[in-house]
Design a protein around this ligand. Structure first.
Ligand SMILES: CC(C)(COP(=O)(O)OP(=O)(O)OC[C@H]1O[C@@H](n2cnc3c(N)ncnc32)[C@H](O)[C@@H]1OP(=O)(O)O)[C@@H](O)C(=O)NCCC(=O)NCCS
Length: 183
C-alpha cells in the first residue's frame, strides 16, 4: 500500500509560478474563483455563494493535507505569492492503486498565458517521483475541449467515457476519464 507524507508541504516552483499550500488568507481569492461562472463552467459543482463555505473548504483541504489524504496547491505568480490565482490538486487518491485524480483551475484573467502548461509537469513529476503514483487520472466534462487538449499535450490518453453517470443541476451528465501511466 502506498504511504504518503505531505510534511513539509512540497512547495513547487516554475519559471513564473510558485505553488504553495492554500491558507485562510486565500478565502476571498478562492471565493472569487469558485463563484466565477466562466471558471466553474465545466467543473460541475455548485457555484460558491458565500465566504463561509470557502472557509470550511479551506479548513477541510488543510486537514486532508495534514492527514496525507489529498494535496491542493494555491497557484500564485512568483512576484506576488500572497495572491491565489488558481488551484491545482491531487484528490481522490487511491493508496491501494497508487492512483490519484488531477484537477486544476485558474482565474479567467490568467488564462491563455501558458500558466497551467507550466504547472502541470511539476505536479506530475512530484506525483510520479515523490508520491510514487503509478497512474494519474483526470475526470473531465466531455465538452471541456480546452482541458482535454492540455491533458493530451502531456500524454494523457482517453480511458473511459461514462454516459449520463453524473447528476448535477437537474441533468445527467457524461464524464470522460483521461489518464497517464508512469511508464
Ligand atoms: C483549463 C485551464 C486551467 C487552462 O489554463 P491556461 O493556463 O489558460 O492554459 P494554457 O495557457 O497553459 O493553455 C494550454 C493550451 O490551450 C490554448 N488555450 C488556452 N486558452 C485558450 C482559449 N481560450 N481558446 C483557445 N485555446 C486556448 C493555449 O494556446 C495552449 O495551447 P498550446 O499548448 O497549443 O499553445 C483554464 O482554462 C481554466 O481554469 N478553466 C476552467 C477550469 C477547468 O475547466 N479546469 C479543468 C477541469 S478538468
Amino acid at each position: 500500500m502506498l504511504k504518503l507524507n505531505f510534511k513539509p508541504f512540497p512547495i513547487l516552483e516554475t519559471n513564473r509560478l510558485l505553488l504553495r499550500e492554500v491558507n485562510k488568507k486565500d478565502m476571498n481569492a478562492l471565493f472569487l474563483l469558485r463563484s466565477n461562472k466562466q471558471a466553474m463552467k465545466f467543473i460541475d459543482r455548485p457555484l460558491a455563494t458565500n465566504t463561509d463555505e470557502i472557509k470550511a473548504f479551506i479548513k477541510l483541504i488543510n486537514k486532508k493535507t495534514k492527514d496525507n489524504e489529498t494535496i491542493c496547491w494555491a497557484i500564485t505568480l512568483k512576484d506576488k505569492p500572497e495572491e491565489l490565482i488558481g488551484t491545482i490538486s491531487f484528490h481522490r487518491i487511491e493508496l491501494q492503486n497508487h492512483r490519484a485524480e488531477l484537477g486544476y483551475m485558474l482565474m479567467p484573467e490568467y488564462w491563455n498565458k501558458g500558466l497551467i502548461t507550466e504547472a502541470i509537469p511539476k505536479v506530475i513529476d512530484l506525483g510520479f517521483n515523490k508520491m510514487k503514483l503509478h497512474s494519474i487520472e483526470a475526470n473531465i466534462n466531455p465538452n471541456n475541449e480546452l482541458s482535454r487538449k492540455i491533458l493530451e499535450k502531456f500524454g494523457f490518453k482517453k480511458e473511459a467515457y461514462f454516459k449520463e453517470n453524473y447528476f448535477f443541476n437537474g441533468k445527467f451528465l457524461d464524464t470522460e476519464i483521461l489518464s497517464l501511466l508512469k511508464s
